[in-house]
Design a protein around this ligand. Structure first.
Ligand code: SF4
Ligand code: SF4
Length: 306
């Protein structure tokens, strides 16, 4: 489907309800990503140790262990039994993402996300075509390969090349300098999404996102298209969604209910931001309630055209 006009996505929501309404979850996501990164950085940079470690494994206030379950699983397959505190950390992380949606990690935590979002922003400004259409299952094949290599090779395989770990480690331990591996992965991921494949890295390649998607398959927090009748097919949500295929079943196939159930949805909230008729909202998984629009569809467009 193509957009009926070239008005910037979200412009109508901005004109109608103000800048904050059209950008609130985007701003909150960037704040979340920056805050979480900042918590890791204040220790090594300023000697104020709130959190020790990296996203792979950390200890908050010398008390709360958090461990990346994908890394722990590779480690286990490689023959290294994680310590009991690491297993507690795995359990806590899994509980959080089973509740909130696995790919919440992608939208609200991962430091690579602003880089891929930036590449997508530039791609749209340059009006580049979609590029190489990778199979959406590629990330699951890579996930399986990472686990298999860990098992056979006795090593935590994906961590050797994981851009998240490389970037995070170099930021925290001060290695992010010109020509470092961290800069190389930043440029490589940015260039891949800009020049090779639209939304390619996170949508089709990254096994970490694939893993968290599987973790959140049955998550409680979802986005619901609770006012489907208000949709006027402006396509703004499709234009901003990093995984637009997840929207159609909720908004068009109402026999399946209004809740977006795909594990690919990252609960980023951009569709909520940009939708002028407020079709979307956050909801619990079982919330199948829908509402009729309070004003007839097209009222806003007619008001603006008048
Ligand atoms: S898909 Fe991978 S790189 Fe992209 S945001 Fe998710 S975890 Fe980060
Ligand atoms: S459906 Fe909405 S919340 Fe889910 S990924 Fe797309 S824009 Fe983000």
């Amino acid at each position: 489907m193509s957009r009926p006009d070239r008005t910037a996505p979200g412009q109508r929501a901005w004109d109608q309800d103000g800048w904050w309404r059209a950008h609130r979850f985007l701003v909150l996501r960037r704040l979340s990503q920056a805050t979480l990164l900042g918590l890791f950085l204040v220790g090594p940079w300023f000697g104020f140790w709130l959190v020790k470690g990296t996203l792979a494994a950390s200890l908050t206030l010398d008390t709360l262990p958090l461990t990346d379950p994908f890394i722990a699983l590779q480690s286990l397959l490689a023959g290294h039994l994680p310590e009991s505190s690491a297993l507690v950390g795995v359990a806590l992380v899994l509980i959080a993402y089973i509740m909130l949606g696995g790919r919440v990690y992608c939208a609200w935590v991962c430091p690579i996300n602003p880089i891929t979002d930036g590449a997508h922003w530039l791609r749209e400004r340059l009006d580049l075509d979609k590029g190489w259409r990778l199979d959406r299952r590629a990330k699951y094949w890579l996930l399986a390969a990472a686990l298999l290599v860990s098992l056979v090779g006795g090593t935590v395989a994906w961590e050797a090349v994981n851009p998240i770990t490389i970037l995070h480690r170099e930021l925290i331990y001060g290695g992010l300098v010109a020509g470092s591996l961290g800069w190389t992965v930043i440029i490589a991921v940015f260039a891949f999404d800009l020049l090779v494949s639209r939304r390619g890295w996170c949508g089709h390649v990254c096994p970490v996102g694939a893993f968290y998607g599987l973790v959140g398959r049955l998550s409680l927090l979802r986005v619901s298209a609770h006012r489907p009748a208000a949709c006027d097919d402006c396509m703004d949500c499709y234009a901003v969604c990093p995984e637009p295929h997840v929207i159609t079943p909720a908004i068009k196939a109402m026999d399946r209910g209004p809740v977006i159930l795909s594990q690919d949805c990252s609960n980023c909230g951009r569709c909520i931001d940009v939708c002028a008729p407020a079709v979307f909202r956050y909801a619990w998984r079982g919330d199948v309630r829908t509402e009729e629009p309070s004003v007839p569809i097209g009222t806003e467009q007619r008001r603006q055209a008048a």
